[in-house]
Design a protein around this ligand. Structure first.
Ligand SMILES: [Zn+2]
Ligand SMILES: [Zn+2]
Length: 365
């Protein structure tokens, strides 16, 4: 079958017709309705993360099931689905229910190919294309995905708001609800009010946290953070840690570092009170080092944990978040702006310079 896909050559994106195989026994062909643009896509475009070319990016796809492999029983043509990240299902982490820490995750999500080295996507001249980014490559009109990575979109919810549950939104929400699990009455500071940080704030509001402090350099984003549940907002500057202590004393229970490239982990740790926990989520460059002052970090029972993708991102968790959105309790649509697929370069630029928090590329009506 012949499909139109967004081809990647460094910063330049080209739309090109390529061919997808039919789904394998455990795979599903999804007609992509829309797909988000996430920091990991941009990292690959800017050469910060390796991804082979020619290749197709996109890992926040959603759409309608068009065909299913012979052994697929959970899905049928016409089902509305969003595509989560890929996991093998049989490694130690997967067997413990920690799919986000799948031992085969690096290969499944970033190699551009299946575990056996095949892609299922090729150019018309037969050249293989790295068409399995997160086992979906959804900057495309159609994508092959594995049946176990799909989640069902509830009736009544706008399908085109659900793709980012595959990565950025579940990353922020899962950091709070799966990893930190704050007790009612606790306090939280979120560094970075982008799509991950704002999702963390919305989730915190559902958790019984009574003090939610949003920190960002952009006042517009802080205003949105307030609308979504932050009780306090701070414009980031040299005095941020002291300002947090002015608000909650030396008692901050939790902090989340969710900035995109700016490593504020040391501040997020320094802001914590005794026995506080900092979750490091943001996408600082691989060359960055975390610097922490000794008394701030090693003493007083503080903990620093790394969180990938919000931890336990099971399809059930994704479906729970979508139910909350449908009920108006998790208004993730407020972060989004839709672009035509052909305007992909503009959407990436708008995301790079912070004009748009969550761009959504629209592929099919
Ligand atoms: Zn696994
Ligand atoms: Zn992502």
């Amino acid at each position: 079958m012949t499909k139109a896909d967004g081809m990647l050559t460094r910063r330049k994106i080209r739309l090109e017709q390529v061919e997808l195989d039919d789904p394998r026994d455990n795979e599903v062909l999804v007609r992509i309705s829309s797909c988000g643009i996430c920091g990991t896509d941009r990292g690959a475009i800017h050469g910060l993360e390796p991804y082979p070319t020619p290749g197709v990016l996109g890992h926040e796809g959603c759409g309608i099931v068009e065909a299913v492999g012979r052994e697929v029983t959970a899905w049928k043509p016409g089902d509305r689905v969003m595509i989560g990240f890929a996991y093998c299902g049989y490694c130690r982490s997967c067997r413990r229910g920690q799919h986000r820490y799948c031992e085969n995750g690096a290969k499944l999500n970033f190699s551009g190919y299946r575990m056996d080295g095949s892609s299922g996507m090729k150019r018309r001249n037969g050249e293989a294309v790295a068409g399995r980014f997160f086992q979906q490559s959804s900057w495309a009109t159609h994508a092959l995905a594995v049946e176990n990575q799909l989640a069902r979109v509830p009736d009544g919810l706008d399908l085109d708001t659900t793709g980012p549950y595959g990565c950025s939104i579940s990353t922020g929400a899962g950091t709070i609800l799966n990893e930190l699990r704050p007790e009612p009455g606790s306090s939280l500071a979120v560094f970075g009010a982008g799509n991950v940080g704002l999702a963390a704030i919305m989730a915190a509001q559902l958790s019984g946290v009574t003090r939610i402090i949003a920190v960002d350099k952009d006042r517009k984003r802080l205003a949105l953070a307030k609308e979504l549940g932050a009780t306090d907002t701070l414009v980031h500057g040299a005095g941020t840690v002291l300002e947090i202590k002015d608000l909650v004393g030396d008692k901050l229970n939790y902090s989340v570092e969710a900035t995109d490239g700016e490593n504020l982990v040391s501040e997020a740790v320094a802001a914590l009170g005794v026995l506080g926990t900092c979750a490091m989520v943001g996408g600082a460059a691989a060359t960055e080092f975390v610097k922490v002052n000794h008394p701030d970090f090693l003493l007083h029972g503080k903990r620093l944990i790394g969180v990938v993708g919000g931890g336990g991102q099971t399809p059930m968790f994704l479906e729970a978040l979508m139910d909350l959105q449908l009920q108006g309790r998790f208004p993730v649509e407020k972060l989004m702006k839709t672009y035509d697929f052909a305007d992909i370069d503009k959407a990436i630029d708008d995301s790079d310079d912070g004009r748009t928090i969550k761009p959504i590329l629209k592929m099919n009506g």
